[in-house]
Design a binder for this molecule. Structure first.
Ligand SMILES: Nc1ncnc2c1ncn2[C@@H]1O[C@H](COP(=O)(O)OP(=O)(O)OP(=O)(O)O)[C@@H](O)[C@H]1O
Length: 319
């Protein structure tokens, strides 16, 4: 787990020796990432992200991380700044916005990588050209555009756009599209038109499009999902979360969600945001306490361990 400063905010990049993260002792920080018991931890790291439009700061000095291999949930009230942060990581900011801060993506340097040594390759996403950024980070938005006449396969193919050069295609497009459809469990939907898909099916196609966008982006990429479980019934939610868990195995996955019990049950890490600021970040049980829920949401919460996760009941403070 990361350290906290006096205000309770996560102190990224200043990990305290001896603190544990998922049972592993954090020994210190390398220049390119964190060393965990000699292993190097990789993923997405947001440092001091500040986004302001004239007259208003939407995101205020936000620092948090999303390790590869884990699901990180961004939670917080309506208007907290979650979507603004995800969009900014993907390189999309409001008009006339000023943006400060850094976004780093670290991936394991494989045996065939530079010098053939173990370690991390880090790219600073906020400094790379837009097309490279699009290959390294894909965002599935809440109201992702869906042209109803397109087939799922055609929609997924659009994800390859950042890879195209002058001729409008790139080598490996077909393979990337089919692999993305398969990885998202959407192969059987390939010939269906988007306008005829259910919300859950459409969500899979959007995720497949994001995977196609990232395919071939050596050495790695991050997947951002804005409220992916919105409008899904409970069975589709579980299906989607299973898919997300699989995808998180080899990339950092960040999702926003309003259901705190779902975040506590399915995410490895929770980042609580309010008023554009990170209030706390770390393991769900450390972040989602009744006190914090009361102060951020203004409701009383009873949090209980349930056989398959965490159950939270809410009541109004004055009830
Ligand atoms: N382009 C913009 N110009 C000005 N303000 C904006 C712009 N985009 C978003 N905002 C404001 O920034 C704040 C944060 O919005 P954001 O959509 O990031 O919140 P959120 O946490 O994702 O909320 P929700 O859970 O309701 O989706 C809101 O008050 C919103 O009105």
């Amino acid at each position: 787990m990361s350290g906290r400063d006096a205000s309770g905010r996560e102190t990224l990049g200043r990990e305290v020796h001896g603190e544990t993260q998922r049972g592993l002792e954090v020994r210190g920080e390398t220049q390119r990432g964190r060393e965990v018991h000699g292993e190097t931890q990789h993923g997405l790291e947001v440092r001091g992200l500040t986004i302001a439009v004239p007259g208003r700061t939407l995101v205020d000095d936000a620092s948090w991380s999303a390790p590869t291999g884990q699901i990180t949930a961004l939670v917080g009230p309506n208007g907290a700044g979650k979507s603004t942060m995800l969009r900014a990581i993907a390189g999309v900011v409001p008009e006339r916005a000023t943006v400060r801060g850094e976004v780093h993506l670290s991936t394991a340097r494989g045996a065939t990588g530079r010098l053939g040594t173990a370690g991390l390759d880090t790219v600073r996403l906020d400094t790379v050209p837009a097309r490279e950024r699009a290959r390294r980070v894909a965002l599935v938005e809440q109201l992702a555009d869906a042209v109803p006449q397109l087939t799922a396969r055609e929609a997924v193919r659009l994800g390859r756009t950042p890879h195209h050069r002058m001729l409008g295609f790139s080598i490996g497009d077909d393979g990337a599209v089919e692999a993305a459809l398969a990885d998202a469990g959407a192969t059987t939907l390939a010939e269906r038109r988007l306008g005829a898909l259910s919300g859950g099916e459409l969500q899979r196609v959007h995720i497949a499009r994001a995977l196609a966008q990232q395919a071939g982006s050596a050495p790695g990429s991050a997947l951002l999902l804005d409220e992916p479980t919105n409008h899904l019934d409970v069975a589709w939610q579980l299906d989607l979360l299973e898919l997300v868990r699989r995808l998180a195995a080899d990339r950092p996955v960040v999702l926003t969600v309003h259901d705190l019990a779902l975040a506590a049950t399915h995410a490895d890490r929770v980042v609580l945001v309010d008023g554009g600021r990170v209030i706390a970040a770390g393991d769900a049980d450390a972040v989602l306490t009744s006190d914090r829920i009361r102060s951020v949401y203004g409701v009383e919460a009873s949090i209980d361990a349930a056989p398959d996760g965490v159950a939270i009941r809410y009541r109004r403070i004055d009830a």
